[in-house]
Each structure stands twice: as structure tokens, then as C-alpha cells.
Design a protein around this ligand. Structure first.
Ligand SMILES: Cc1cc2nc3c(=O)[nH]c(=O)nc-3n(C[C@H](O)[C@H](O)[C@H](O)COP(=O)(O)OP(=O)(O)OC[C@H]3O[C@@H](n4cnc5c(N)ncnc54)[C@H](O)[C@@H]3O)c2cc1C
Ligand SMILES: *[C@@H]1O[C@H](CO)[C@@H](O)[C@H](O)[C@H]1NC(C)=O
Ligand SMILES: *[C@@H]1O[C@H](CO)[C@@H](O)[C@H](O)[C@H]1NC(C)=O
Ligand SMILES: *[C@@H]1O[C@H](CO)[C@@H](O)[C@H](O)[C@H]1NC(C)=O
Length: 430
């Protein structure tokens, strides 16, 4: 079976490594050139780290970011604690949470791909996909070259070309918000930095502002503001992305309509400008199917279900998709060799009588069900950060949050997310 993967963000490399472990070879095509290194940070929850551990990457990244268990919500009124949430736990989940540079995670993945001799072709933007009448897929790239395969998997992110082939009506929708984040030395945050617990999210009346250590020894602090915004075209978003002065002005404008503690002002004044990154929150509407009618073209990760950041689960879902899809494809191959008694399963021609859509269905059903629950949780997390009209309402909201987290208990109702184990997933067949 020949597999090609379009996109080497976070999901593509993990998928390639998982396929390789199952003796399925593949080749990756990436639009950007090799040097591209993106800024920004991701928080990886235990389920994301368990998946990375499976493909042999966790040990290489765990000492390149900030490991933590507790996350706190604090009040903008007095920096007092509202609630503590367990975002990871060595004892309970086998992993702490890890805040780390997205670029470091990606470069580490690419390094492991090189060691495993998995082929990546950079500067190859997929522009067209066609299925042939002999059950193969042909991808055409911007430079005109083509590649034929039995299965094509799109891990090409939120503006996915591959998804467009599967369902052209699924256009990402803008949420009305964007995140602006950057980082700075902890020293520059002033004396409050030594008394406020981090990582934390400062909840104001109208808005929130997060502080998260982002290197191994906590000397560098990432800060992140969510800001209302109008929609822009992709070109305009890209332009804003590279306009660091305007991004900083946005970060400051976040504080205009309410009182914030000194530390928030210091963060946006002193943030290192070249670290500022922008994240407009788009979501992909629910797809009827993650594969084409034939099952030979499939999407996973952000391409299939990009989500807002409030649940901290975007990349985790992409990793889980990748591992479970690799398991499913490997099972399909095994079933094929056992039913066809090995000898007749030829290496080169992928059987055309194989009912791929049927074989993929249990996987997709299970993944969609989990993603839907995660989306509902993400929306609830977003709601806790919505504006309150007055200080009295702000106090009431804080109190309600405090009571809620007391009621749900130490794991904050998150263990179903963090305990998830791709190895235990049976897709309905137990
Ligand atoms: C600033 C920021 C902060 C984030 N923070 C968090 C966080 O804290 N926690 C979390 O879990 N998630 C976070 N996310 C979300 C997370 O990064 C995504 O969910 C994750 O990267 C999805 O991986 P992916 O591989 O599906 O897509 P991507 O990582 O977007 O990768 C897509 C790749 O496909 C390539 N590509 C696109 N089109 C083509 C084409 N036509 N041909 C070839 N290649 C193509 C792109 O160049 C890119 O390399 C954050 C995202 C951003 C932008
Ligand atoms: C993959 O192939 C290697 C070498 O042929 C073999 O040792 C290993 O067991 C195989 N792994 C799987 C998952 O089939
Ligand atoms: C903090 O971490 C960095 C990078 O890992 C390292 O260079 C530095 O020496 C560390 N500082 C301390 C005080 O441990
Ligand atoms: C930590 O938990 C909170 C509350 O449920 C959630 O909003 C946040 O995204 C989580 N962060 C990570 C990294 O899981």
C-alpha cells in the first residue's frame, strides 16, 4: 500500500511515524520550504504527550518546555485564586502538561523523520487531487509534478486543499476573536511575577490574559490575550502576522476598557516584539465524512476539525487522529493478508475490491464522537471567559466558578480527556 501525506505541520509527521511503526511506508509533501520555523507556543496535555510518546518523540521534547500540573484562574481584581485545575499529573495520568514552542515540537518531529528515513518533499504545494478508475489517487503539485498513491491523507491544516476535494462546502468560519501571544524574560514582569502562581489565567470583567512559563526552567514567560476582531482575508491575516508593532498595539488595546493589575500592563509593554504571534480563531464546520466516497482520500487534524483554543486540545486531537488512523490502516492490511492468504497480496497493487469506506467507518465514527465532546467542552471553557457587565457580576462569576470547580473535584472533570489511550481504542469491536 502506498500512502502519501499532504502537510508536515504537527499531524503529518506523527502520522508518518505511526505508519512506519506499523510497517506502512509513506511519503510527505509540504508546501513550505524546509527552513520555515514558526513562532508561538502550544500547551500539550497528557493525551497529546501519550501520543507523542508512542512515536518516540516525548523524551526528546519534555526537557525543552515547562512541565506543570496545576493551572490557576485568578481574579483581575486582586490576583486572588479563583480555581485550580489539574491540566496534567504524573500520578494520575502518567504525564504532566508541557508548555513548549510549537517550532521546537515540529523541528523535533522532522528530525526523527530524517533518522527514520521517511521521505519529505518541501516546497511541494498540492494544488489538485484526482481519483483514477483503478482505485488510486493522483496529486498534482504547484510545480506541475504529480504523484500517484493508493491512499492520500490530508494533514494540511485549517485551509486544507484536501478537505476541499472531499467537501468543497466546508468553509472555516471565523469566531470573532483572535489570540495575540508573545514571550519575555520573567524578570521584566516586575515583583508580582514572584507571587502570582503560573501558569494562570487572569480573568477580568470583559476579558482574560494568560501567563505561562514556556521554557524548562521557567525564566521565560509566555503571555496571551484574546481580542475581539473583525474578519480578514488570508492575505490580511498574514500581513498582520508580520506587523509586530500592530500586534503589540492590539495586545495593549486589550486593557483599555477595564482595570488590570500592573503585571498585565508590564507584560504587554515589555513583551519581546519579535516573539509576537497571531492566532485568529476559525472552526471547521462538521464534515459529513472525513474521506472521499471511495475512502482513498482522507483528512485528519485541523483539516478535519480545527477548533478554538479554549480547551487546549487542537494538537492533541490531531495526534490521536494520526495514531488511530495508522492502527486502522494497519488492521485493514492485516485483514487483507489473512483473508487473501498472504501469497496473493501483492506489494505493488492495492486490491481494488477492498471496501475502504466500510473499513474506515468505525474509526471515523469513534473519532467524530470524541471530537464532538471535545468541541462542547471547548465551548464551555470559552464561556467561562465571557464578559461580565459590572464588578458585581464579575464577583458573582468568580464565585460561581469557584463553586463549580469545588463541585467537580480535583480533576476538574477532565480525566476523560486526559486518560484517553489510543492503544485501548477498539472502534466498537471489543
Ligand atoms: C498560535 C497557535 C497556538 C496554538 N496553541 C495550541 C495549544 O496551546 N494547544 C493545542 O493543542 N493546540 C494549539 N494550537 C492548534 C494546533 O497548533 C493545531 O491544532 C495543530 O497544529 C494541527 O496540526 P495539523 O498538522 O492538523 O495542521 P498544521 O499544524 O496547521 O499543519 C498543516 C501543514 O500543511 C501545510 N500545507 C497546507 N496546505 C498545503 C498544501 N496545499 N500542500 C502541501 N502542504 C500544505 C502547511 O504548510 C502546514 O505545514 C495552536 C495553533 C496556533 C496557530
Ligand atoms: C515490521 O517489520 C519488522 C521487520 O520486518 C518486524 O520485525 C516488525 O515486527 C514489524 N512490525 C509490525 C507492527 O508488523
Ligand atoms: C535554563 O535553561 C536554559 C536552557 O535549557 C539553560 O541554558 C540555562 O542554563 C538554565 N538556567 C538555569 C538557571 O538553570
Ligand atoms: C487546562 O484546563 C482548562 C480548564 O478546563 C482548559 O481551559 C485549558 O485549556 C487546559 N489547558 C491544557 C493545556 O490542557
Amino acid at each position: 500500500m502506498k500512502v502519501i501525506i499532504i502537510g508536515s505541520g504537527l499531524a503529518g509527521p506523527v502520522l508518518a511515524l505511526a505508519l512506519k511503526q506499523r510497517n506502512i511506508s509513506c511519503k510527505i509533501f509540504e508546501a513550505r520550504d524546509k527552513a520555515a520555523f514558526e513562532g508561538g507556543f502550544v500547551a500539550l496535555a497528557p493525551n497529546a504527550l501519550r501520543a507523542l510518546d508512542r512515536v518516540g518523540v516525548y523524551d526528546r521534547i519534555s526537557n525543552q518546555g515547562w512541565n506543570y500540573e496545576e493551572f490557576q484562574f485568578v481574579s483581575s481584581r486582586n490576583l486572588g485564586r479563583i480555581a485550580t485545575i489539574l491540566n496534567g499529573s504524573q500520578n494520575k495520568y502518567g504525564y504532566r502538561a508541557l508548555r513548549i514552542s510549537r517550532g521546537v515540537v515540529r523541528q523535533t518531529l522532522l528530525e526523527v523523520l530524517r533518522e527514520q528515513q521517511i521521505d519529505i518533499q518541501y516546497g511541494s504545494k498540492c494544488v489538485k487531487i484526482e481519483e483514477t478508475d483503478h482505485s488510486t489517487v493522483v496529486a498534482t503539485f504547484a510545480d506541475g509534478h504529480t504523484e500517484e498513491a493508493d491512499i492520500l491523507i490530508g494533514t494540511d491544516g485549517i485551509h486544507s486543499r484536501v478537505r476541499n476535494y472531499i467537501d468543497a462546502s466546508a468553509i472555516p468560519t471565523f469566531s470573532g476573536q483572535m489570540g495575540v501571544g508573545g514571550s519575555l524574560p520573567k524578570m521584566k514582569l516586575g515583583p508580582e511575577a514572584n507571587t502570582v502562581y503560573m501558569p494562570c489565567m487572569v480573568l477580568g470583567k470583559l476579558n482574560s490574559f494568560a501567563f505561562m512559563p514556556c521554557d524548562y526552567n521557567g525564566t521565560r514567560i509566555g503571555c496571551f490575550a484574546t481580542i475581539e476582531s473583525q474578519e480578514r482575508t488570508r492575505e490580511e491575516w498574514n500581513k498582520l502576522q508580520s506587523d509586530k508593532d500592530t500586534l503589540q498595539a492590539y495586545m495593549r488595546s486589550h486593557h483599555e476598557h477595564e482595570r488590570w493589575p500592573e503585571i498585565v500592563h508590564r507584560a504587554s509593554e515589555n513583551v519581546d516584539k519579535d516573539t509576537l504571534t497571531l492566532w485568529p480563531y476559525y472552526s471547521v464546520p462538521k464534515l459529513e465524512s472525513w474521506s472521499s466516497a471511495s475512502g482513498h482520500v482522507v483528512v485528519i487534524g485541523d483539516a478535519a476539525h480545527a477548533m478554538p483554543p479554549h480547551g487546549g486540545q487542537g494538537s492533541a486531537m490531531a495526534f490521536e487522529d494520526a495514531l488511530t488512523l495508522a492502527d486502522t490502516l494497519s488492521r485493514i492490511m492485516d485483514d487483507r493478508t489473512t483473508t487473501k492468504d498472504g501469497a496473493s497480496a501483492s506489494e505493488s497493487e492495492f486490491e481494488s475490491d477492498l471496501d475502504l469506506p466500510h473499513a474506515l467507518r468505525p474509526w471515523q465514527t469513534a473519532r467524530q464522537a470524541r471530537i464532538e465532546k471535545i468541541l462542547a467542552f471547548t465551548a464551555r471553557s470559552g464561556d467561562t471567559r465571557k464578559a461580565s457587565a459590572s464588578t458585581l457580576r464579575q464577583i458573582f462569576k468568580e464565585w460561581a466558578m469557584w463553586a463549580y470547580f469545588l463541585w467537580v473535584g480535583e480533576d476538574a472533570g477532565l480525566s476523560w480527556i486526559y486518560h484517553y489511550d489510543t492503544n485501548a481504542e477498539t472502534f466498537g469491536k471489543s
